[in-house]
Design a protein. Structure first.
Length: 569
């Protein structure tokens, strides 16, 4: 299934080296959490034990009667144990939604259509959690060691306990890695961060409870390897040269930790291929997409989105091959730089501004921060969102959200644009502008594949279509060849507006309106001539004569009837 190759101006600046996409994921995630007051409050509270220990060291250094408070190697081991509750809360707060929230927001289909491997995506998420866990384990412990040296005024304690720095570093790394990988694996299992947090707490406390029951029965600590936290404590005691608390050989605890990290890594990798759930198969599809604009027309559930995920490299074909711009698309992240993808579903971080969101996604293409911001600003200007660039995406209307998705698709100057239902939910004026923009892209030398379940939308952009239903290409060629057949069936239009009754009175004067009915905040119209109706509706919205028209959508009942007819034929 080749997608036509064509010449196009490519970005000529420097790019980051391959494999650096995880840094963009990590830095964007870190900045997002740092902007949250709840996170900063949790981080501040987690340093309270450090303040208490610092006061203890100061008193032991300056007061003879407080010498019994003088720190030892065990003091630092105990300090890291004191941080365990904060490790737990930080893990749940930060880690539970790292992948789950992306799944809920459908963000994965945008991430994985960029020059970003699945491993880079997971590693970037892992770095986010590990960074914040290091801020409540390794960093305060190291600063506490520096405080001790400063208050003592010499390096005697440090020389006598030279192993402390590597011990703190190694133990913190083991703890952070084990906890972060476990949480990330759980986060990949669900779309609910709340469920993931509960599941993580259950794993921690359940394993400890089982060990507690076994200890109560046997009065032996040899079964401590069952407990998540007991294995970590056993390894920590070895690293800090402290007496072991449990009878389990420490080598067994090490094996359990290594096995856990490897197992949860496999769980995360396995669910990378299952994030999309069940998808409709494409049956024996063989098609060549020509240059210019091509419309992919089919009812909801026909296989359009599957087709687009295949040609953007998000899904692997079970049979056959797919070439895009002359190259195989599957596992070819370098090719993703030449493609722009606008998914049907919303895929946003509502707390980010439009400019921040588009800039972060452009950075995944390997450009610098300044260049990414410049590209993003130009893209927002193209979709007429410059005035809303600094507004939170959560405050965007449906039409604005559609346009911001299109902005991220075109911001990096792709050669091929792939747009999945780009007009869904837009008001009439935004539809007209978007259609004009898509046609301009085609004339500018881009290849464009645009999907819709509404014939007149496709026809207004291009005459070249692919007709798809139930995973099969039923027809391809000129749209006018099936136009008469589709127009035999009434076209339904759902209009959400401020003054629906005034609109209804206006529609009753149109000879092409066959029926209408009211729904809450909307009027539903059936028309025999959709082109004429949409043209008048756009003019009506522009005039503002009957108030604001917020959203126009169309069920695909009429198109479904045509497909059923074609399949039977």
């Amino acid at each position: 299934m080749p997608i036509h190759d064509q010449g196009y101006r490519r970005y000529g600046g420097d790019r980051a080296r391959r494999g650096s996409g995880w840094m963009v994921i990590a830095s964007a995630g870190i900045r997002t959490f740092i902007a949250k007051r709840t996170f900063l409050g949790l981080l501040l509270v987690s340093w309270l034990p450090f303040l208490v220990r610092s006061v203890q060291i100061y008193l032991a250094t300056n007061l003879t009667q407080a010498r019994f408070l003088a720190p030892t190697a065990e003091t630092f081991r105990q300090f890291l144990d004191q941080q365990q509750p904060f490790v737990f809360f930080m893990t749940v707060y930060v880690g539970a939604g790292l992948i789950a929230n992306d799944r809920r927001a459908n963000a994965l289909q945008i991430y994985l259509s960029k020059p970003l491997t699945r491993a880079e995506y997971v590693f970037g998420k892992l770095i986010i959690l590990m960074t914040f866990l290091a801020l409540v384990t390794w960093l305060p412990a190291i600063v506490l060691l520096i405080v001790q040296i400063s208050f003592a005024g010499n390096f005697t304690f440090f020389r006598n306990n030279i192993f402390l720095f590597p011990a703190i570093t190694v133990f913190s790394f083991v703890q952070v890695t084990m906890v972060a990988t476990a949480m990330l694996a759980l986060s990949s299992l669900s779309k609910s961060s709340r469920y993931v947090g509960i599941l993580y707490a259950a794993v921690i406390f359940f394993t400890q409870a089982i060990y507690g029951v076994l200890y109560a029965v046997t009065r032996s600590t040899s079964m401590s390897w069952i407990s998540f936290s007991a294995n970590l404590a056993q390894v920590g005691d070895v690293i800090f040269r402290q007496p072991l608390k449990y009878d389990t050989p420490w080598q067994v605890s090490v094996l359990m930790i290594v096995g856990l990290v490897m197992a949860v890594g496999l769980v995360s990798a396995d669910h990378l291929s299952k994030w999309y759930g069940q998808v409709i198969g494409l049956n024996d599809v063989s098609v060549t997409v020509p240059p210019g604009i091509t419309g992919l027309l089919g009812p909801n559930g026909a296989g359009k989105s599957t087709f687009m995920k295949l040609i953007t490299g998000q899904l692997k074909p079970s049979k056959g091959s797919i070439t895009v711009l002359g190259e195989p698309i599957w596992r070819n992240p370098a090719l993703y730089r030449r493609i722009g993808f606008c998914p049907e579903q919303d895929a946003f971080y509502d707390r980010m501004t439009g400019l921040e969101w588009v800039t972060a996604l452009v950075r995944l293409n390997g450009v610098t921060d300044a260049e990414a911001r410049a590209h993003a600003a130009r893209a927002l200007e193209m979709v007429e969102l410059t005035d809303a660039a600094d507004k939170k995406i959560g405050a965007y209307s449906k039409g604005m959200r559609q346009r911001i998705k299109m902005a991220q698709a075109l911001a990096h100057d792709p050669e091929l644009l792939i747009l999945d239902e780009p007009l869904a939910g837009m008001d009439p004026i935004a539809r007209r502008k978007t259609i004009r923009t898509i046609k301009d892209w085609g004339r500018a030398g881009r290849g464009v594949i645009v999907s819709s379940h509404i014939l007149h939308e496709i026809e207004s952009m291009t005459a070249n279509i692919l007709l798809i239903n139930q995973g099969r290409i039923l027809a391809e060629g000129n749209v006018h060849q099936i136009r008469d057949l589709i127009d035999e069936h009434p076209h339904t239009v759902h209009i959400r507006a401020d003054h629906t009754r005034a609109l209804a009175r206006e529609f009753l004067g149109y000879d092409d309106v066959l029926s209408l009915k009211f729904e809450e905040g909307a009027v539903v119209v059936q028309t025999g001539r959709p082109d004429a109706f949409y043209s008048r509706l756009t003019d009506l919205a522009a005039s503002g004569e009957h108030g604001a028209i917020h959203e126009v959508t169309s069920p695909d009942d009429n198109l479904q009837a045509v497909f059923q007819y074609l399949v039977k034929a």
